[in-house]
Design a protein around this ligand. Structure first.
Ligand SMILES: NC(=O)c1ccc[n+]([C@@H]2O[C@H](COP(=O)([O-])OP(=O)(O)OC[C@H]3O[C@@H](n4cnc5c(N)ncnc54)[C@H](O)[C@@H]3O)[C@@H](O)[C@H]2O)c1
Length: 331
């Protein structure tokens, strides 16, 4: 992955901070940056849901540095931003069900931690901060496809935290004249997404179950739909948004997806076919806080940052399944 460069800037001139860089999306951003000659890449991560193994290949690289620490501590954030040009902020506690179970932990990482990072970025004078928001901010809005300026009420504590982040980002951009852009990810999947724990996402769970020859659970009737997005597309969005012209979009948010809708039943069938399995899923109760349908209009990211998702869902699932099989079931 990541043979293709997403922009023309010489990354060797800059020092990058990737918060949450030991997690799924963050470690993919790290991989891209180091493959494309970044001057320095620092990761700040407390390993709450990330894994040192995700960054293990880079630990011996002199251009790479791992700072184990928590973004809920302001001093740690200050230290992480020292001598940094560009920040891509991925650290957060994901998962709607986790936030319903423990809203305080989600609030601490996602709002207090985010605010600490904004302050640290401001004090350190970084050139730009790009951060991970989420399609969950569309909440109960019935509009499809989702356009950035038409959101609804949040349906979970997680969605509240991401919406608050967007409000803080906009205010910091305007009040302190900082360069800040937000990316509303829509169901990202790919290599290194964790299948472990009670809050794992559907795609790694389906793959893991099928590889173990066990029927995966589908919540609800499976007719809920999502704009499933391969991680390489999310990495592209991060890199492009770090370097795109800021004049038209400071403080703004962008949908990051493919712009195609797939139901969970269809998703299951594609994975099952890819795996050559004949298993059927087990249907469980719907989960509270989940939205029924999600589909992004990605024209804003296309027009302003030249984002053009190159990997569709089928190709992405193929790459991901191969990775899962090799990583978790090597024999
Ligand atoms: N994966 C998706 O589909 C998706 C969708 C929408 C938004 N997002 C957002 O994208 C970002 C990355 O998500 P991911 O899927 O890679 O999840 P992940 O859990 O794999 O990565 C998050 C990383 O942040 C770290 N972290 C959590 N709390 C921290 C803290 N207090 N201090 C320091 N590090 C901390 C974790 O250890 C982990 O490595 C998150 O902000 C998430 O909310 C993800």
């Amino acid at each position: 992955m990541y043979a293709r460069a997403f922009q023309e800037e010489d990354l060797g001139k800059y020092r990058f901070l990737v918060t949450g860089g030991a997690g799924f999306i963050g470690s993919n951003i790290v991989e891209y940056l180091l493959k494309h000659g970044a001057g320095h890449v620092r990761v700040l991560d407390n390993l709450a849901t990330g894994f040192e193994e995700n960054i293990k290949p880079y630990l011996s690289d002199p251009k790479f540095e791992f700072l184990k620490g928590d973004i809920s501590d302001p001093e740690t954030c200050m230290k992480a931003c020292e001598n940094i040009d560009y920040v891509t902020h991925q650290a957060a506690l994901g998962s709607v069900p986790r936030s319903i179970k423990d809203p305080q932990a989600t609030n601490t990482a996602n709002i207090t931690g985010f605010l600490n990072m904004l302050v640290a970025a401001k004090e350190s004078g970084v050139k730009r901060l790009v951060y991970a928001s989420s399609s969950s901010v569309y909440g109960d809005s019935p509009h499809l496809p989702k356009t950035e300026n038409q959101i609804g009420n949040p349906l979970s504590p997680y969605a509240v935290t991401k919406r608050v982040d967007e409000l803080y980002a906009d205010v910091f951009a305007k009040t302190y004249n900082m360069e800040i852009l937000g990316l509303r990810y829509f169901n990202i999947f790919g290599p290194r997404q964790s299948p472990d724990g009670p809050y794992a996402a559907a795609i790694p769970l389906f793959m893991f179950s099928i590889l173990r020859n066990q029927s995966p659970d589908i919540h609800g009737d499976g007719e809920q739909s999502r704009d499933f997005t391969f991680v390489e597309n999310a990495v592209e969005a991060n890199i492009r948004s770090l370097f795109c012209p800021i004049s038209k979009c400071n403080g703004e948010v962008f949908n990051i997806a493919v712009g195609e809708r797939t139901t969970v039943n269809e998703l299951f069938r594609i994975i099952r076919d890819t795996a050559g399995s004949s298993l059927d899923p087990r249907y469980r109760d719907e989960r509270p806080g989940d939205v029924k349908h999600s589909l992004a209009d990605i024209s804003k990211a296309r027009e302003i940052m030249g984002y053009e998702p190159a990997v569709d869902i089928r190709k992405g699932l193929e790459i991901t399944f191969k990775w899962f099989r090799e990583k978790h079931f090597p024999n």
